[in-house]
Design a protein around this ligand. Structure first.
Ligand code: HPA
Length: 244
């Protein structure tokens, strides 16, 4: 775990040790974190607000759950998930975010369960491995999420995503990932999966498709912020299933 001391609060999270549940849901957007807590959790209490990165701990169907924003991109997700896994002893982090689809069959509003996360980032360089690391989801979380998605009747896909360091590319070639069967692009899953692997913890990214890079299909900002109920239910039901 490097040279960092395992003390709480951390530089980026003000919660006391024990105020964060074993399972944490992480949307990118702090406002979505507040909305999830208000909509889905009982007895939600604000446990962090450093940099406006709101974190709430409450219960869902009696299971303690924390929802805290990751911010956008791998550096931000990297910091928060590292501190949660290593300093707060969190076991499971489920990212709940949006992704852009590369694939004709993966439509806007579908859910993508990210089995693997390719990346154009050099995040893995820190591990000094003699090859290319393949960031994968926790099978325990993934199989629970598949079970939950089936029960909820949500349209979902299980497969690879790519976590990109860039939303705006000077040369737009991100679609090249599609030739390797990669379904969608987002910006956080690979860092989350690498931190989980290194800490021997569990991670999964559950994404709703907010836009389509091939067909140009789109969703509104309001839809992005408010109407991703299916994804959140999959994540919350996954939290319940892995707590049993
Ligand atoms: N690129 C990166 N991240 C995203 C996108 C995208 O097109 N859509 C939603 N998250």
């Amino acid at each position: 775990m490097g040279e960092h001391k395992t003390t709480t609060p951390t530089p980026h999270i003000a919660a006391k040790f024990g105020e964060i549940a074993k399972t944490v849901l992480m949307p990118g957007d702090p406002l979505r974190s507040k909305m999830i807590a208000e909509t889905f959790l009982s007895d939600a209490k604000l446990v962090n607000n450093v940099r406006g990165v709101q974190g709430y701990t409450g219960t869902y169907k009696g299971v303690p759950v924390t929802v805290m924003a990751s911010g956008m991109g791998m550096p931000s997700m990297g910091i928060y998930s590292y501190e949660l896994f290593n300093f707060y002893d969190v076991d499971n982090i489920i990212r709940v975010g949006t992704a852009g689809s590369f694939h004709r069959d993966v439509r806007v509003r579908d859910v993508v369960l990210a089995e693997g996360a390719c990346t154009d980032s050099n995040y893995a360089a820190q591990y000094a491995l003699p090859g290319t690391f393949a960031p994968v989801a926790s099978y325990r979380l993934l199989s629970a999420a598949v079970g939950a998605a089936d029960e909820l009747g949500v349209r979902y896909h299980v497969g690879n995503v790519v976590s990109s360091d860039r939303f705006y590319n000077d040369v737009e070639n991100s679609l090249d990932w599609a030739k390797m069967g990669v379904l969608a692009v987002e910006m956080e899953a690979a860092a989350l999966y690498m931190n989980a692997a290194r800490a021997e913890k569990h991670a999964l990214a559950v994404c709703t498709v907010s836009d389509h890079l091939v067909t140009g299909e789109d969703t509104t900002v309001e839809e992005r912020q408010n109407s991703f109920t299916s994804m959140m239910k999959i994540a919350l039901e996954t939290a319940v299933r892995v707590s049993e």
